[in-house]
Design a binder for this molecule. Structure first.
Ligand code: ADP
Length: 489
């Protein structure tokens, strides 16, 4: 078979389209930065019309840049920033309000008022009661936009996460659907029964008539003329789940960890739903042929953003790339540890009030030690996540497949292997999120017959083997634990 697969990767800070050949190699990329709006403290919004305009532009741009003809694009896959919420009018297709972004905290008080329900919610959704997820954002729009609740009652409104909104627009308003991984992030979806849940809908005051149909991650979602002809939209998944597919983590115990602005690690736990004992999230990893595979997810809020802070906040590096050589210019961290808790600490600590710190400074400490401490912190934090994930998964973690901008840094990858005592595998294509969406589309149009075919496409660019002696590792980890205790006290 010949041709290409087009992936739409709609992220928080940018919208991209990447054209892949059938071996998973990149043929063309187009990208547009996306503006975030902060109307009040803790509020984060985007203009859904910007997202739609950029999406059309980058799809055509990727095609033009690669020189590939529209007719060669066999299918489109969509992957997206998860949880971000759009409510639109079914008749006009126009959003009632800006997209409320996953980072938005405006519904924190409402979430706190529901804490008594948290265990019940967790057993159905695998999630925590937090403003992060879509449900309370939908309620806020219905309660705040004049006449919205009345219109919703009359069945005139539609809700969607970004995947669903884009699909609606791409199909000219013909299809209102989402996929199981995006549905799993709304707090409204029972991930065991794989259906919207009436008790949850009542709890959050969301009418069922607004909700999209929930489908497998691979299948015919609709056709679009965004490229000129009629191209099938055949794959869809939330960004972290798409990366799980892009990294071919199809067996229980397989882990992918993405180091971008933040870090998200997902472990495949197989077909049985399980609530985490360690305050991690349980989510749908992927759903293919009606069969659900679950994943446990852990998040570190600050990964690459710590490097950005070294560059823009402290000014001790000029570029992110420079951090690698600088960290390696000293033999060790000199006792310096950085806890990059700029916006609190995520899993497994979940402390929103914690703040960052650099500890262990002496008169001998240099910029190189601080940079090294920032990079090392990613590995210590990953250790904490992996311990919790292995416990929840009931499997030892055999290897760690990494991706995201930060893993270009080989010092980070090697230190990660040393501290986690786990081989770290860096794939040839680190754009695994977009690749995963393309793979899902390819599965439907027959480029791949089974996930095994995708696994065969996965190529390791470099394997980092644990090489540090146990005593050194324990000493370093003890230093990190001490730094964390100082922050939390
Ligand atoms: P996102 O998709 O979240 O925007 P990316 O996957 O594009 O993030 O990764 C960008 C992040 O990676 C930035 O925060 C940047 O500081 C960090 N980064 C990029 N290259 C390096 C490097 N060589 N060393 C360390 N960090 C890096």
């Amino acid at each position: 078979m010949s041709g290409c697969l087009l992936s739409i990767d709609q992220g928080t800070t940018s919208t991209r389209a990447i054209l892949f050949d059938l071996m998973g190699n990149i043929r063309g990329v187009a990208q547009k930065e996306l503006k975030l709006h902060y109307p009040h403290n803790g509020w984060v919004e985007q203009d859904a019309e910007d997202i739609w305009r950029d999406t059309q532009e980058v799809c055509r741009g990727a095609l033009e840049r690669s020189g590939v003809k529209a007719s060669e694009a066999l299918a489109i896959g969509i992957t997206n920033q998860r949880e971000t919420t759009v409510v639109w009018d079914r008749k006009t297709g126009r959003p009632l309000y800006n997209a409320i972004v996953w980072q938005d905290r405006r519904t924190a008080d409402f979430c706190n008022s529901l804490k008594a329900h948290e265990d019940a919610v967790r057993r159905k959704t695998g999630l925590l009661l937090d403003p992060y997820f879509s449900a309370t954002k939908i309620k806020w729009i219905l309660d705040s936009v004049p006449d919205a609740r009345e219109k919703a009652r009359r069945g005139e409104l539609a809700f969607g996460t970004i995947d669903s909104f884009l699909l609606w627009r791409l199909t000219g308003g013909k299809v209102h659907a989402t996929d199981a991984t995006n549905a799993a992030r709304t707090l409204l979806f029972d991930v065991v029964r794989q259906d919207w849940d009436d008790d949850l809908l009542a709890l959050f005051g969301v009418p069922r008539s607004m909700l999209p149909e929930v489908r497998d991650n691979s299948g015919l979602f609709g056709t679009t003329d965004v490229l000129g002809g009629a191209t099938p939209v055949a794959g869809m998944a939330g960004d972290q789940q798409a990366a799980l597919v892009g990294q071919a983590c199809f067996r229980p115990g397989m882990v992918k960890s993405t180091y971008g602005t933040g870090c998200f690690a997902l472990v495949n736990i197989g077909a049985a739903f399980r609530v985490s004992k360690n305050k991690m999230l349980t989510t749908v990893g992927y759903r293919l042929g009606g069969k659900v595979t679950y994943a446990i997810e852990g998040a570190i809020f600050a990964a690459g953003s710590a490097v950005q802070w070294l560059r823009d906040g402290l000014g001790i590096i000029k570029s992110a790339e420079e951090s690698e050589a600088l960290a390696q210019s000293v033999p060790d961290n000199g006792g310096v540890y950085m806890v990059p808790g700029f916006t609190g600490l995520g899993a497994p600590y979940w402390n929103p009030h914690a703040r960052g710190a650099i500890v262990g400074l002496t008169r001998g400490s240099t910029a190189a030690h601080v940079v090294r401490a920032a990079l090392e912190a990613q590995a210590y934090q990953t250790c904490d996540l992996l311990q919790a994930m292995a416990d929840d998964a009931g499997h030892a973690i055999g290897e760690l497949r990494v991706d995201g901008g930060m893993v270009r840094n080989s010092f980070v990858c090697q230190f990660l292997a040393d501290m986690t005592m786990t081989p770290v595998l860096r794939p040839k294509v680190i754009e695994t999120t977009a690749l995963g969406a393309a793979y899902l589309a390819g599965l439907h149009v027959g480029v791949f017959s089974t996930p095994d075919d995708i696994q065969k496409n996965w190529q390791c660019e470099r394997r980092f083997t644990p090489a540090m002696k146990e005593a050194g590792r324990e000493r370093l980890y003890a230093g990190w634990s001490h730094a964390i205790r100082q922050i939390l006290s």
